[in-house]
Design a protein around this ligand. Sequence first.
Ligand code: GRF
Length: 208
Amino acid sequence: MREPTVRIAVFVSGGGTNLQALIDAQTRGELHSGKIELVLSSNLDAYALTRAEAAGIPTATVIKKRLGTQEAFEERILAILREREIDLIVLAGFLSILSADFVRRYPQRILNIHPSLIPSFCGKGFYGLRVHEAALAYGVKVTGATVHYVNEIPDGGEIIMQKAVCVRRNDTAEVLQKRVMRQAEWKILPVAVELVSAKIRKSKEKEK
Ligand code: GRF
């Protein structure tokens, strides 16, 4: 089998269950085309960092407040990405905003997982439990998760993969959030990462 050549960075800020799903997929040999080479956190206390360390993956923490400006924050991140020769960035619960300038440097090289079926309940202000609260308030019977490319528009990049999840009567936002993670997010994220990594690997091989 060919060696994996796509170098993946996973960006996190919190618990890191999606990161864990990627690590588990990698352990099972399901990420044939890439390897997680870095976990970058915007928060020192993110449990995701503990998960990365347990899996032997290098970590970095970049805190915007300490760096002062968005430019300095992104410069630091870019330097780390260059040093690690990262090809693909996966936003897995990364709560810091990345500027249009940053995003344009990685066209079709940044993925995000969003806990609804885009274009519903997405865009500015829709993160975490708010997404599920909005779905319940609207009364949808089906929600789900979406993996998409990241561009300058919040949650507006091309859709790569989606999976639907049923809403049940008496669901709370917390209960729904867990079901969406278990039934959709943790399943489609590794598959989408492999799909995109395979594409990137092909284009890297052509460049050689
Ligand atoms: C997930 O719901 C993901 O869809 C969203 O942020 C949450 C991160 O959760 N973008 P975790 O840190 O992966 O557990």
